[in-house]
Design a protein around this ligand. Sequence first.
Ligand code: 3HC
Length: 309
Amino acid sequence: MDLEDRFERTVAAEQRVEPRDWMPDAYRGTLVRQMAQHAHSEIIGMQPEGNWISRAPSLRRKAILLAKVQDEAGHGLYLYAATETLGADRGELTDKLISGKQKYSSIFNYPTLSFADVGVIGWLVDGAAICNQVPLCRTSYGPYARAMIRICKEESFHQRQAYELLLTMMGGTDAQRAMVQESVDRWWWPSLMMFGPPDAESANTEQSMKWRIKRHTNDELRQRFVDMTVPQAEKLGVVLPDPELRWNPERGHHDFGQPDWEEFWRVVGGNGPCNAQRIAHRRRAHEDGAWVREAAAAHAAKRAAGAGA
Ligand code: 3HC
């Protein structure tokens, strides 16, 4: 059996492709692309909510938000480590992010204008991430699938703490309820865009499904997210800002309107409300941390020289 046959049989049998296994260059390439963008998204995603750590309304909310943002850093590290099993270099990936050669999720290019955003992001954005990431626990590449298991467990904490925050606010004053609804109005459509373009415009879905990197298409996961979120919104007492949203008994799913795909491609292309700010912040953090990387490299070289002496 030649190497390609073995690869195809491994994927077809729902077994894991491991770093030591032969794999088509294109399989490796699209994995590095997707996993690097996933890692970039986790790291950039620390910024929007990070803005509110110093302004959280209580010590409890501050501690919870600190834990969540710290988790996102850890998710980024797991995923960068997983890309390294494919031969990627973490420093090069960071350079590609900062230079705009690699993407990160569109969702993190919107401003966080009120503390209700902390709840709505955890509820909708981390909720969408759960819809998208749970199937990735069954992705064909072993290190990616295994990284997803812990990430998904932590995402569940992210969504639950946020939903509890929103339930508290919705049980509060009219002003707090209005703050939550205003936040939902801003975040709903960008959350649907997280799942990627419609399948008909998705350049990568067909091949990624064949290789069992993706287990569902963009539209399938978007539908799953809408169906999951509608009852949660009803329980919260918020209105999802889509006049076409309704239960369709024939389909057994909710019908819903289409996001503004021109906005999506504008944001993906780097022209969203906060793209420049997010990348400038990441570039500054990378530059400010250069001395740590240099010191660690010098220390490692000294130890290696000592070991060799
Ligand atoms: N934001 C930015 N770019 C996007 C995008 C989005 N929401 N959706 C799609 N794109 C890009 C793709 O990267 C691709 O461009 P490329 O070929 O240059 O990489 C192009 O648009 C066409 O999209 P495709 O559907 O063909 O691309 P994919 O097959 O890669 O599907 C995806 C896109 C569904 C996001 C897929 O990459 C994926 O499932 N990634 C893993 C999950 C992930 O990255 N989630 C991001 C959020 S992380 C997060 O939510 C953190 C949590 O803690 C909140």
